[in-house]
Design a protein around this ligand. Structure first.
Ligand code: ADP
Ligand code: MG
Length: 339
């Protein structure tokens, strides 16, 4: 019998790997915004057309890339953010897998324009199907602009899986909000089909929360803040009367990274205990900071799930911090003595 195993060509391997990272236009939004944050930008503009299906563009005023780096950035496993596996446990950046740009370049047409502030000329690169089709020096503002065009143009099966424009746009807005909430000191804007959806001036976390959730919350936010040697928690929970029947604005960030955690959500819910109706959901925007060695962020390709070294301590801490913040609203102080 003849041997039958072959190595896949790079562009096909990239397309398969891209499936984990880029599921929809919103996945590219998340990756490109995080790259802009990692590049130290103070001004980040997101532009989408047709809910990101025809265009996702992120423009930043960050540190830009050299000509060689610009080209390298699209290689799989190419990253400036880690060098060794141990670095994962000291990570300060949002990215580290070196997969986002390679994945985007495998499933879309990409145009990159980038210039380091200290360089006179920038670099322009066009990529299609993971292949560089054009590269030349160009005049450009300091920073980076990346366009992802016609996502999945070369993977029709995936393109067919995309949802309606309103639904894909909702996913984009969700990702945009998560990044914008974690970095209130950065200006962010979102423009969709030429219309400005968000224009978020840099400010405090409270200002950012109100910019995003709406002015009606200005008087409805309760400050949460506790510090220990092991971890810090800060942010806001909504006053009990802001709880809604639908699961709405609930955000957890660990070391500035948005995460989903049913376990920590439960900690908050129990802290609200008697103060809200049983099947209603309180608003919260909570940030937990702890030593990166206490978490493993490399358990999920989009990093939305993480592993804690000691989940129980964190649960207890979150619960206690929220309870403490809400003490003023406790209508049944006698409960405290019933233990
Ligand atoms: P990762 O973010 O995991 O390192 P990416 O594929 O997202 O991987 O990016 C690859 C590399 O390209 C980054 O490590 C960074 O050096 C560079 N890069 C990407 N986006 C930008 C940007 N907006 N500004 C400057 N450098 C960038
Ligand atoms: Mg990245």
């Amino acid at each position: 019998m003849a041997d039958i195993i072959q190595l896949l060509p790079d562009n096909i391997a990239n397309q398969i790997a891209a499936g984990e990272v880029i599921q929809r236009p919103a996945s590219a939004v998340k990756e490109l915004l995080e790259n802009a944050v990692d590049a130290g930008a103070t001004n980040i503009q997101l532009i989408v057309n047709d809910a990101g299906k025809s265009l996702v563009q992120v423009i930043d005023n960050g540190k830009g890339m050299s000509e060689t780096d610009a080209r390298m950035s699209f290689e799989r496993h190419a990253t400036s953010k880690i060098k060794a596996i141990d670095d994962l446990f000291h990570i300060k950046t949002m990215g580290f897998r070196g997969e986002a740009l390679a994945s985007i370049a495998a499933v879309a047409q990409v145009e990159l324009k980038t210039r380091k502030p200290e360089a006179e000329l920038g670099t322009y690169i066009e990529i299609e199907n993971s292949v560089v089709v054009k590269q030349e020096p160009c005049a450009a503002p300091a920073g980076t602009s990346i366009c992802m065009k016609n996502v999945f143009f070369n993977v029709p099966a995936r393109r067919n899986f995309l949802k309606s424009n309103p639904s894909e746009l909702r996913h984009i807005v969700d990702e945009f909000i998560r990044v914008a909430l974690s970095f209130p000191a950065i200006f962010f804007s979102l423009t969709s089909n030429g219309q400005q959806v968000f224009h978020l001036e840099a400010g405090s976390l409270k200002q950012r929360v109100i910019q995003i959730l709406g002015n009606q919350y200005a008087a409805k936010l309760v400050n949460v803040k506790e510090e220990t040697d092991y971890m810090n928690i800060y942010g806001f929970v909504g006053k009990p009367d802001t709880a809604r029947k639908t699961r709405g604005e609930q955000y957890f960030f660990v070391n500035n990274r948005f995460i989903r955690s049913a376990y920590l959500n439960h900690a908050v819910m129990t802290a609200f205990d008697q103060m809200i109706a049983k099947d209603s959901y309180p608003l919260y925007v909570l940030f937990i900071d702890l030593d990166p060695s206490q978490i493993d962020i490399n358990v999920h390709p989009t990093k939305q799930e993480i592993k804690f070294e000691d989940e129980k301590i964190i649960y207890a801490f979150v619960q206690a911090a929220v309870k403490h913040a809400l003490a003023q609203f406790s209508i049944a102080p006698s409960l405290d003595f019933s233990l």
